[in-house]
Write a protein that binds this ligand. Structure first.
Ligand SMILES: [Zn+2]
Length: 315
């Protein structure tokens, strides 16, 4: 029997899951991510892994592969985390360190990319699907691309970094050095900043709160502005890659159907102007993932499975 372990390491929590090759879940553990240097983060990851293995009644040697998703820039060939700002990791050989300590092969990939892989495999249970973009809207904004059923990384591993496409040249300064990036309008901290600059300070702390204030002109305008930017982002990935589906995830999209409807309204306005957009951007092309499923964790298990397949001896 093949056993796989998936790890989703986020800025606030680390989630681990053990499954067999048929994706039956044997153990599932969620802990706060330990930040404060690479050693501390690694200790936290190991504790989460060990607890999940205990829950699954397995030892590390019974695992085929561990798949790991982590925010930041990752070199999948070596498992090196080049840059994970929120976790304080830089040029850190995470794959190697984990593999050494547990004696199990480890595959590491960027978390949004793994969420795209997970979302793709969740959606193809219900429909045939050749390509998908997953847009994560949270502290930052990024897209993961699955094209022809395979993850697409790009020439330098930066494919899908749409958070730094400029949407307003006169906009706010972004930490990347440009002005008016998508992230400065529609990411979680940008929404919070715009609320603080408005008359709604004290009444709202998130897009969900703004949606609950429907009818308040200031709240409606802010929701429309965020939805407009996200609708443009959806248009970019559809026009650039002609993906069949765009799945939305990340903290901001927990606002749910209210936000999706606001995005649909902006897409409808784009369609009014153009026959091309009517063809390319129907509402059905965009979907929210069901709540309660972490696509990043599912993607980590899928990565582990794909890696295990490649490690099997060839006859
Ligand atoms: Zn930027």
């Amino acid at each position: 029997m093949i056993y796989l372990l998936g790890l989703d390491i986020g800025g606030t929590k680390t989630e681990a899951l053990v499954a067999d090759e048929r994706f039956n879940v044997l153990g599932h553990v969620v802990h706060s991510t330990r930040v404060g240097g690479p050693d501390e983060t690694l200790r936290g990851i190991l504790a989460t892994v060990e607890e999940t293995l205990q829950e699954s009644s397995l030892s590390p040697s019974q695992l085929s592969v561990i798949g790991v998703g982590i925010p930041g820039q990752v070199k999948p060939e070596t498992g090196e985390v080049q840059f994970a700002v929120n976790l304080g990791l830089e040029a850190y050989p995470l794959g190697h360190a984990l593999s050494e300590m547990l004696g199990v092969p480890v595959a590491v990939e960027n978390d949004v990319r793994l969420a795209a892989l997970g979302a793709y495999h969740l959606l193809i249970r219900q429909q045939t699907l050749n390509s998908l973009a997953y847009i994560s809207v949270g502290t930052g904004i990024a897209a993961g691309l699955v094209l022809n059923g395979q993850l697409y990384r790009g020439a330098s591993g930066m494919a899908g970094e749409i958070g730094h496409i400029v949407i307003n040249e006169q906009g706010e300064l972004c930490p990347c050095g440009q002005r008016g990036c998508l992230e400065t309008v529609a990411a979680g901290p940008a929404i919070m900043r715009q609320i603080e600059q408005s008359g709604l300070v004290g009444q709202a702390r998130s897009i969900s709160d703004l949606l609950a204030l429907r009818g308040n002109p200031e709240a409606d305008a802010l929701v429309a502005q965020v939805a407009h930017a996200l609708a443009r982002a959806i248009q970019w990935v559809v026009m650039a890659c002609d993906v069949e589906r765009v799945a939305l995830g990340g903290g901001v999209t927990k606002a749910g159907l209210g936000l999706l409807h606001a995005i649909h309204a902006e897409m409808a306005a784009f369609r009014e102007e153009s026959a091309l957009i009517r063809m390319m951007l129907p509402d059905e092309r965009v979907t929210l993932l069901p709540e309660g499923i972490n696509p990043g964790l599912y993607g980590a298990i899928r990565l582990a499975q794909e890696t295990a397949k490649h490690k099997e001896p060839r006859h």
